[in-house]
Design a protein around this ligand. Structure first.
Ligand SMILES: [Zn+2]
Length: 401
C-alpha cells in the first residue's frame, strides 16, 4: 500500500514538474496575453482605408455611408462608427503629362475635393466618421517615378485625372519602402522624417488639427517611421498584429520584425491596436461574416476592428450592393450581440492607455477567464496541454470560474 502511494506521489510529482517546465517554456506568450487589455463589452469598429485624394465619386459614397451609419446605434444610443484612413494627395496626372519626369500632386485642399472634405467633416461632427492618417500618398512618389518605365505605372501616372491608387501594382502602394525594384529597400531616415513632418503639416492645414491615429499603407512601416510619427503627434498605430518592413521579391509584404498585441507600446510610446477582421462586400463577405468576427473577438474579450476598403464603394453598382451589405450586416450584428458598442479607434486607444474602467476590465476573475481562452492560441500549447494533462486543471478552472 505504502509503495503504491509512493509511486503515485512520484508520478504526480513528475507530471507537475512537466507542467511547470511547459509553463516556463511559453512564459513570455503567457505574460503578453495576460497584459493585453480585456474588454468589458463587445466592440465593433469598421475601419475603412484609402479615402481622400482620388476618384470624385467618393463624396457621394461617403454621403450615403454617413446616412447609413446614422441608422444603426448601440444600446448607449451611439451611432455606428467608420474610421476613414485618409490619403492626402494623389498624382496630378494632367500636370504630370505636361511635365513628364517630375512628380506633381493634387491634394485634398484643392477645390475639387471641397465636397469630400465637407462630408468627412460633417460625419466627424455627427460621430459616424473618425479620420485617421493613412498617408500623404498611397505610395512613395520617387519610387513611382523610378518605376514609370513599366507600362501600367506610366498609364496610371499620365492617364485620366483623380486616379485610383488601388490600380497600381500592390507593392508600389506601400509608402514606407522603396519598391521601385523588388525586393524593396529601406528609405533614408532623413527622407522619412521629412515626409512625416510634411504629412502632419498638410493634415493640420487641411483639417485644422493633428491626427491621433495612423494606418500604415499596406501595413509596411519601420521603427524609423514609427519614431517620426510619434514626434509628429501620432499616438496610435493600427496594425494587422505584426509589423511588415518591406515587400519581398514576389511583391508580397515581408520582413516581419515584430508581433503585436492590442495595447502594446512602440516607439515614442505609440500604442498599437490590432485590426485583423474583414468585411469587404465586394469580395463576397456577408452579414454572417461580420457577426462571426465580432463573436470570435468577444470570446477572447477583444475589440473587433473590421477592415472594409474604399474599393467597395467606387462605382455605382458596387456602391449600392456594398451599402446594402453593410446595412444588413450592422442590423444582424446588433440583433445577435445586443451589448455591442460602437467606438472610434482613437477612443479605444485612449481607453487602453488609461485602462479606463468604463471599457477595460480590471477585476482578476474576468481577466483570468479571458486569458484562459487566449492561451489556446499559443502554437502547439494546446496539444502539449492535452498530452501532459495540464488541460485538466485549466478546464476545471474554466468551469469553476
Ligand atoms: Zn490603403
Amino acid at each position: 500500500m505504502r509503495d503504491a502511494l509512493l509511486v503515485i506521489a512520484w508520478a504526480s510529482g513528475l507530471v507537475i514538474l512537466a507542467w511547470i517546465v511547459l509553463l516556463l517554456y511559453v512564459r513570455r506568450q503567457l505574460l503578453v496575453l495576460w497584459r493585453e487589455p480585456v474588454m468589458k463589452y463587445p466592440i465593433l469598429i469598421i475601419e475603412s482605408d484609402d479615402w481622400g485624394a482620388g476618384p470624385l465619386i467618393q463624396a457621394e459614397a461617403l454621403e450615403q455611408l454617413r446616412a447609413l451609419l446614422q441608422k444603426h446605434s448601440d444600446d448607449m444610443g451611439r451611432p455606428a462608427v467608420m474610421t476613414l484612413g485618409v490619403i492626402l494627395e494623389v498624382a496630378d496626372t494632367q500636370a504630370m503629362a505636361k511635365h513628364p519626369g517630375s512628380y506633381l500632386g493634387e491634394d485634398v485642399r484643392s477645390p475639387v475635393y471641397a465636397g469630400l472634405r465637407a462630408v468627412m467633416e460633417r460625419g466627424v461632427r455627427e460621430g459616424v466618421f473618425a479620420l485617421q492618417l493613412h498617408g500623404q500618398c498611397h505610395y512613395w512618389p520617387s519610387s513611382l517615378l523610378a518605376a514609370a518605365s513599366q507600362a501600367p505605372v506610366a498609364a496610371w501616372l499620365y492617364g485620366p485625372p483623380h486616379p485610383r491608387s488601388e490600380e497600381l501594382p500592390s507593392w508600389l502602394q506601400a509608402r514606407w519602402t522603396d519598391a521601385s525594384r523588388l525586393p524593396s529597400r529601406p528609405l533614408p531616415a532623413d527622407a522619412i522624417a521629412a515626409a512625416t513632418t510634411k504629412e502632419a503639416e498638410f493634415w493640420r492645414n487641411a483639417f485644422g488639427w493633428v491626427p491621433d491615429v495612423a494606418v500604415p499603407t499596406t501595413f509596411v512601416w519601420t521603427e524609423a517611421v514609427e519614431s517620426a510619427w510619434a514626434s509628429a503627434g501620432i499616438r496610435c498605430v493600427v496594425t494587422p498584429g505584426r509589423r511588415y518592413t518591406r515587400r519581398e521579391a514576389d511583391g508580397n509584404p515581408g520582413g516581419v520584425d515584430k508581433l503585436i498585441r492590442n495595447g502594446q507600446r512602440g516607439q515614442g510610446d505609440i500604442l498599437y491596436v490590432v485590426r485583423d477582421a474583414y468585411f469587404e462586400p465586394a469580395l463576397g463577405h456577408v452579414a454572417h461574416d461580420l457577426t462571426a468576427a465580432v463573436l470570435r473577438k468577444w470570446k477572447a474579450r477583444r475589440p473587433c476592428l473590421a477592415e472594409m476598403h474604399r474599393y467597395n464603394f467606387l462605382d455605382e453598382e458596387n456602391l449600392q450592393s456594398s451599402l446594402r451589405a453593410l446595412d444588413g450586416a450592422l442590423s444582424s450584428v446588433l440583433r445577435a450581440v445586443p451589448a455591442l458598442r460602437f467606438l472610434a479607434t482613437e477612443k479605444l486607444a485612449d481607453a487602453m492607455r488609461a485602462r479606463d474602467p468604463e471599457l477595460i476590465e480590471g477585476a482578476f476573475v474576468p481577466r483570468f477567464k479571458a486569458w484562459l481562452v487566449r492561451i489556446r492560441e499559443i502554437p502547439r500549447f494546446r496539444k502539449l496541454c492535452l498530452a501532459s494533462g495540464l488541460a485538466v486543471p485549466f478546464a476545471l478552472l474554466e468551469r469553476v470560474l
